[in-house]
Design a protein around this ligand. Sequence first.
Ligand code: IVH
Length: 734
Amino acid sequence: MTEGSAAPDTAPDPAADGTAIEARAAELRSLIEYHNERYHTLDDPEIPDADYDALVRELRAIEEANPQLATADSPTQAVGGAVQSTFAPVTHELPMMSLDNAFDAAELQAWAERVAKGLDLDDAAAPVGYVCELKIDGVACSIRYERGELVLAATRGNGRVGEDITANIRGIDIIPNSLGPGAPAVLEVRGEVYLPIATFDALNESQEAAGLPRYVNPRNTAAGSLRQKDASITAGRGLAFWAYQLGVVEGGAGAPAPQLEGHGDALDWLDSLGLPVNPERRRVATIAEVSAYAERWLEHRHDLDYEIDGAVVKVDRLVRQRALGSTAKAPRWAIAVKFPPEERTTTLLDIQVSIGRTGKATPFAVLDPVFVGGSTVQMATLHNEDQVALKDVRVGDTVVVRKAGDVIPEVLRPVLADRPRGRRKWKFPKVCPACPSDLLRPEGEAHIFCFNPTCSAKRQTSIEHFASRGGMDIEGMGESRVALFLEQELIADVGDIFSIDWDRVSELEGFGQLSIDNLRAAIDDARTRPLARLLVGLGIRHLGPSGAELLSSSFADIDAIAAASEEQMAAIDGVGPTIAHSVAQYFATDEAAALVEKFRAAGVNLIGTPTSEEPKTLEGMTIVVTGTLDGFSRDGAAQAIKSRGGKNPGSVSKKTTAVVVGTEPGASKLTKATDLGVRILDEAGFVALLETGELPDAPDAPDAPDAPDDSGEAGEAGPPDEADAADGGGDATD
Ligand code: IVH
C-alpha cells in the first residue's frame, strides 16, 4: 500500500495577510503538481480523489478571490497530466481538450440551458440536435494521416504537448496504417485506446500462470502498454481503439474533405475511411433523449467488452459548435455525463496494518475479492484509526466497497443488518507488524507511527521509493531485490546502494553477470542525477518534484539546503511553510546527516543548479517562448529567463515583453503576439536579450508563420483568444 497523503496539514487562515495567501497559493500549486505527476504520469495516486479535489478547490477559491494571484501556468488552468520524458514531445496543432462533467440530471439540464443561451435559442427545450456517445475509459490519443497514411500518433499529455507513440500505435491491429479511398491530404483523428475486458482477463491469467502480479484494471494497463519503449510489447497486448473526434483536416493533394455539417456526419465519414467508430453512437434531438441514452448505458455498461465511465454528449452541428466555442479547458459544446462510482458488497476478512516509509501505520481492509469499478479489489485502505472507528467496520462484516474516483478502492460502511452477533470493535495493534517497536500516536496527529528508524518495513518502502521512477530511477532495483538486499544485509539504507558488495551479490541465486552489470550501470547512472531527483528520492514529506526543483535551484548544494532555516526556504515562491517545515525537520535528524555523508563518499551528485549568480538582466520582463530552440531545451529556456529575473508564463498577454520563436511555434501564441503588437524574437535575438537585457532592433523579428487555417477543421478549435488561454500549461516552448 502506498504511504499516505501529502495533503496539507495547514489550511489558510482566512484572516491571513496577502503574503500568506500568496505563499499558500504557490504551495498549493506545488502540491497539486506533485499529485498530478503521481496520478497521470506514474499511474500511482497517493491520495484519494476527494483530497486532491480539495487542494484544487482551495487553490481555485484563492485565485478567484485574488485574481492578481492567478497565473497562466497554474494547475487550475491545465488540462491533464505532465508530459513524460521517455518519448519525444509532440505539439498538438489544436489543443486536446478535456470535457466538463455533469454528475446528475440537473447538471445536464443546466448545460443544455447554457447551450441554448449560447446559441440564442429562446426555448431551452427546443431540439438542439446532439450526438450521444459512450465515454470510453481508456487513454486519449491523436493519430495523424497524411495522404491516407499513418504518419504520427501522440498521447494527450498536458493537452498542448503529448508524447510521440507512433511506433506503439502502428502495432494496434484495429488501427489502419492506411485509410480507404477518399482520405484527405491531412486527417487527424482523436480517440481512445483501450484494452478489451476479455483481453485484460486473459493477460491476467497468463500473469498468474507465470507467478507475476496481476494488472490492476484495463485503463491503467492500456496506459502502461502504450508507454512501452519496445513497441513489440505494445503490439502483443491486444489494445483496441475507438475514434470519436476529428482534429485537423486539410483537403488538397489527396482528396478534399467532404463538407461536413455535423459531428455525426464526421463520425460516419471516419467510419467510411476504415477507422473504428463506436456503433453505439446515436443522433438525438432533445436533452430528454440524451438522459435516456445515459440511463440506458448506466444499466447496460456491463454488456460491453470495454469499460465506460459515462456518456458524452456533443452538439451535432459544427457551426453551432464553433458558435459556442471553448473555455480554457473544455469545449462548451460537449459534456460528459459521468456515471456514479460503482458500489459492491463483500466480506471484510481482516484488518491489517502496513508501515510506510515515514513509519506511518495505515490500517487496511483485507476483503473477499470483489469485482468493482473495472477491477478485482482485495484490499482497501482504511486511512487511520479514527476512520475505522467512525465507519465502525468489524472483521466479519459485510461491507460496501467502491472505487474512489474509480481508482482507489474504499470501504464505505458496514451492512449492519448482516453483522454476525458478537463481532468486536477493531483495536489498533500496539506493536509494529514489522519490528518489535511500539506504535505511537503523537498528540494532535491523525496517524499512528512506528518511530524505530531501523524498522524493516520502513527501510523497504523508503528504498523502493528512492529507486523508483519518480526518484533516482534505478532500473532493476524493485521490491523483491530491495527485500533480498536488506535480508542479506547488503544494504541497510538508501546510502548503501552506491557501495554494494558485488562479489557477494554474484553469489546470490538469480544473479548472472548480465543482471549484475545492468544493475551496476543503473546505479552508476543514478550518481549523476540532478539534486532535485535525490531530494524527491529521500521521501521528505510534502516535497514533490516542483518543490525539490525550487530548492535545488535556490541553494548551492545539499549542505546549503540542510543548513537553511525554515524561513529561508519558505521565502521561496512555491515552497511555503508546510514544505519548509518538513524539509528542515528532515535535515535536523542524525540519519539525514549520515545519509548525506554516505552519498558524498560514494560520489553522488549533491550540487544544486543555483540560479542566483546570473545578472538580473530581465528584471520586470515577461518572455514567452514558443517552438523548439536549437540551444535550449524547454526547461533550459525557462530557467535562463527566470534565473535572470524574468517571468516565463505559458501564454501571451499584453504584459508580454517579447515572444521568442523557435521552429514549429504554436500558432495561437504567434497570432496573439501579432495581434497585440508584442515583439517577436528569433533565437539569436533571445541570446542577445539574455546577455544585455535589451531588446535587439526591430528588424530581427522573423516572419511569423501563418496560423493554421481552421476553416476545414471540425471540433476543438475555439476562438483564438480562448485557444490561447488553453495553453497556460507553463510550457516554455509550447
Ligand atoms: S470527446 C473536445 N468523446 O474523455 C472533446 N472524449 O474526460 C474531446 N473520452 O480526454 C473529447 N470517450 O480521453 C470524447 N466519446 C468520447 C470519449 C472521450 C472517452 C475521454 C477522452 C477525453 C476525456 C475527457
